[in-house]
Design a protein around this ligand. Structure first.
Ligand SMILES: [Fe+2]
Ligand SMILES: [Fe+2]
Length: 317
């Protein structure tokens, strides 16, 4: 016997992740009537519908692959003293890390939640238009993952530089640990809140810089992404408005307590991967750790927590 929602059945295997445990349906007032969709012109404006494929300028060495001002380690004296090809590679590796981060965030995390919303699996009452818009975000994110992986492959082909950034992005490992650590009944809520945090923070992190030397394809790709994410931000701000009153009272406090951790899960730099990359430029382990420690100081981490936009753009991914 099933309830139509995950797990409301005696002896159901899904009882530990049942949304009926987490949410009080009917707690939101008139959920059908108070949603103004940010996607009304989606068919005319979405990057997947109107923008061309972004193609790197073939063997044009006028261009760099990332604005050095947005790659924090590149301004450290020990990196500045490296030969030109290695200093350029720091920018290339940063682009690889950024593209892999984006691909995995969109496909493995955000789109899982968008499917849950689109199929009514989260157990929260939402306006019909908001449920339908989940399909549009799903489509946008799939395209962001595609153009990121496309660019990743183009850069490898154009430069011959092999990525040295590790397998899973830092946020992904941290999120997995967080999900293992919380009470199993909270996992769905943690996923929803993480996606809320990432979707409202990411629009502030998408900045390709003002450096005219950055390859136009990279610059345009980041702009395509930022334009879509502005709409996602508006969607998720509205989503939270519907979600919060429906979280069961007994979970509200622990949900609020998780937010700072979720924000840091998204924003914190991948120190381990950065040290390992720097060791590849013939810096010793101690020197590599020094660069990372002196670049990502406590002040920078404090600025991230305080919501300083300039720090966000520099920290990610
Ligand atoms: Fe995206
Ligand atoms: Fe998004």
């Amino acid at each position: 016997m099933m309830c139509g929602s995950t797990g409301l059945a005696v002896g159901c295997q899904a009882q530990f992740s049942c949304p009926k445990e987490l949410f009080r349906t009917g707690a939101s007032e008139e959920p059908q009537n108070d949603y103004r969709s940010p996607f009304r012109d989606w068919h005319e404006r979405a990057s997947v519908r109107k923008e061309p494929r972004r193609v790197l300028s073939p063997s044009d060495d006028r261009y760099l692959l990332f604005d050095a001002d947005l790659v924090p380690t590149s301004s450290h004296i020990l990196v500045q003293e490296l030969p030109d090809p290695q200093r350029n590679e720091v920018l290339t590796q940063h682009l690889y890390r950024y593209l892999k981060f984006t691909t995995q965030l969109e496909q493995l995390v955000v789109n899982k939640t968008m499917l849950d919303i689109a199929y009514g699996r989260i157990g929260v009452d939402l306006p019909r238009g908001m449920v339908f818009d989940a399909h549009k975000i799903y489509c946008d994110e799939a395209y962001h993952a595609l153009f990121s992986m496309d660019m990743y492959r183009q850069v490898i082909d154009a430069t011959g530089v092999a990525p040295r950034i590790g397998s899973d992005p830092h946020f992904f490992r941290r999120l997995r640990r967080l999900l293992e650590d919380v009470d199993p009944s909270m996992r769905l809520l943690v996923e929803l809140l993480f996606v809320f945090c990432s979707e409202t923070l990411i629009s502030g992190t998408l900045d390709s810089g003002r450096d005219q030397q950055v390859d136009p394809a990279v610059h345009e790709m980041v702009k395509d992404h930022a334009k879509d994410e502005g709409k996602h931000h508006a969607y998720f701000a509205s989503f939270l408005f519907h979600l919060c009153p429906q979280i069961h009272t007994k979970y509200q406090e622990s949900a609020a307590a998780l937010i700072p951790d979720l924000i840091m899960t998204f924003l914190e730099p991948d120190r381990e991967s950065l040290v390992s990359e720097l060791c590849g430029y013939d810096l010793s382990q101690d020197e590599a750790e020094q660069v990372v420690a002196e670049t990502f100081t406590r002040d920078v981490v404090r600025d991230i927590r305080a919501g300083d936009r300039a720090s966000h753009t520099q920290i990610l991914p």
